[in-house]
Design a binder for this molecule. Structure first.
Ligand code: FAD
Length: 526
């Protein structure tokens, strides 16, 4: 206890010295009583890094909140102190460019162990957390989606919309959008939220929804952490399927590939028997673990080797689709899938199928993570670039990027799949291209120290710049997903018509601009 007090006092003294914070130290000591304010070097080190491993910013202290009130108390102290200090919520730290970091402020570890972990488990086991009648779950803002899934499955229920990887926090993905192959049908994860508890930049803990504090609700969804810290999200559920039929088919012709993807997402309004539940795709330029780490789907037991289809050595495109089902309807699933596949124009010998439990499908990327970790290939720099590309220019993007700039090595998986804009609520803070259909193109690349120049961080970063310049020169109006900019001019350009609203919301909900400064949109006011 004495050591804890000493550490906390030390942290507070550093705060006072470094940022001129004038708040009474004893007040701060009281504020953190539910959880823990830490200056432990390992806590500070963790909070200084992220998955991207390309930027580093050291906070002065790390708060492991013991309750939503702890989050509110800390933000209130930051807001009301004479000079203010910055506060960044950190989910699982899976950002690429330091978005959850802050220099000389306090990071709130929403997902970590310690008291915040205990909050999670308390929330997880809390009564009424899953409502079968209301078909929702109340999740702690720092809870990982894998834990949300596990707890809802106990009731035979599951969220509708996902990310490909489940070791991300609820607050982290809802601050962006949260997308995967279900988005064409259900919209992004932010379209399945009924209600939020949010600590605003003034330190108020407010409940918001479509009906209540609706401006805050829409601002926070896709709001890049700018308007408040999500401490609870009420997420809509559906009956959980038991199994998944997972299918991949190949194309050598890009327009046949995108025509089929667009056809499949046009079926979103159809009964579930007449459409797939998930539509994604990826580009195959070269094979190998680092390029296709997201799954080991093309195993030696598959009847056709990709190389035999790709005899010209050119770019191939893989459509990835799934159909969910219950064991009780297993007898009709083959027929339904056959009916849909006959409408597609893929290379006829290239159907790869597997069948697995629903949870194993949703958690598929974690298996790949473990494989990469075992080879020391996970904790490496990740210069990822995620773009929303308007449908009208996707074939220009293919010619200019996949078939030209990338050359014959990709250094990581490249996803490509279309989504329907009408599934995105325009009142949220996210920006998407100005067309009814847009594609996600995700270049998920890893920088490796192999001696091969094309694998280096410098090479991949330059290539990203080249891709953005190509789009700019060609007039392809892309929008970055998980955006990263360093000047306010670039942010204004990113938000376009929405900038005025975004700015106004910032002034309303975080007037001292102390939250999520790692996004580099606003500078804190002193
Ligand atoms: P962090 O990196 O910790 O935080 C991200 C931002 O959100 C920061 O600005 C932070 O301040 C803010 N924030 C965090 N928690 C809160 C909160 N409770 N309230 C308010 N703001 C908060 N994205 C997809 O959409 N689909 C995918 O399929 C997908 N797959 C991925 C796979 C991997 C391996 C990785 C590394 C990332 C993937 N992402 C995907 C991106 C991911 O959704 C975002 O990077 C997300 O922000 C990560 O969540 P996090 O909990 O790690 O957030």
């Amino acid at each position: 206890m004495a050591t804890k007090l000493l550490l906390i006092t030390f942290a507070i003294c550093r705060l006072i010295v470094t940022v001129g914070l004038t708040v009474d130290p004893t007040e701060l000591l009281r504020l953190v009583v539910d959880g823990q304010l830490s200056v432990d070097p390992s806590d500070v080190d963790t909070a200084s890094k992220d998955f991207g491993l390309m930027s580093r910013a050291e906070p002065l202290a790390v708060l492991h909140p013991g309750s939503a009130q702890d989050v509110a108390r800390l933000v209130r102290a930051a807001y009301s102190s004479a000079h203010g200090f910055t506060v960044s919520a950190r989910g699982h730290g899976h950002s690429i460019n330091g978005q959850a970091q802050t220099n000389n402020g306090v990071v709130i570890e929403m997902s970590g162990g310690g008291p915040s972990g205990r909050v999670m488990s308390r929330v997880r086991s809390g009564s009424g957390r899953v409502s079968e009648k209301g078909m929702y779950v109340d999740a702690w803002g720092g809870e990982l989606w894998i834990d949300v899934l596990r707890s809802t499955l106990e009731y035979g229920l599951a969220p509708k919309s996902w990310t490909d990887y489940l070791y991300l926090s609820v607050g982290g993905t809802l601050s962006n959008a949260g997308i995967s192959g279900q988005a064409f049908n259900h919209g992004p994860q932010i379209s399945s939220v009924d209600e939020l508890d949010v600590v605003t930049g003034r330190g108020e803990l407010l409940t918001c929804s479509e009906e209540k504090n609706s401006e805050l609700f829409h601002a926070v969804l896709g709001g890049l952490g700018q308007f408040g810290i999500i401490t609870r999200a009420r997420i809509a559920l559906e009956p959980a399927p038991q199994r998944v039929r997972w299918i991949r088919v190949l194309y050598s012709n890009f327009s046949a590939f995108t025509k089929d993807q667009e056809f499949l997402i046009s079926l979103h309004g159809q009964p579930s028997t007449h459409k797939f539940d998930y539509v994604e795709g990826f580009v195959i330029v070269d094979e190998g673990l680092i390029n296709n780490w997201r799954s080991s789907f093309f195993s030696p037991s598959n009847p056709v080797k990709i190389t035999s289809i790709n005899s010209q050595g050119g770019v191939l495109y893989c459509l990835e689709i799934t159909k969910n089902y219950h064991e009780s309807t297993a007898d009709t699933i083959d027929q339904e899938i056959e009916g849909l596949l006959t409408k597609l124009d893929f290379v006829p010998t290239s159907v790869f199928t597997t069948d697995l439990p629903y949870v194993d499908f949703l958690d598929r990327v974690h298996k790949a993570e473990l494989k990469l970790r075992s080879k020391g290939l996970w904790d490496v720099p990740h210069p990822w670039l995620n773009l929303f590309v308007p449908k009208s220019r996707i074939s220009d993007f293919d010619k200019g990027v996949f078939k030209s700039i990338l050359g014959n090595k990709t250094s990581g998986p490249i996803l490509i799949y279309p989504m329907n804009k009408d599934k995105w609520d325009q009142r949220s803070s996210v920006v998407t291209p100005d067309e009814d259909i847009f594609y996600l193109v995700a270049l998920l690349r890893s920088a490796l120290d192999t001696g091969d120049e094309t694998h280096t961080l410098e090479h991949l970063t330059n290539q990203n710049r080249q891709i953005l310049k190509f789009c700019d020169d060609a007039g392809i109006k892309v929008k970055q997903y998980l955006p990263h900019y360093t000047t306010q001019e670039e942010w204004m350009d990113h938000f376009g018509d929405k900038w005025g609203q975004f700015y106004q919301r910032k002034m309303d909900f975080d007037p001292r601009r102390i939250l999520a400064t790692g996004q580099r949109i606003f500078s804190p006011s002193s």
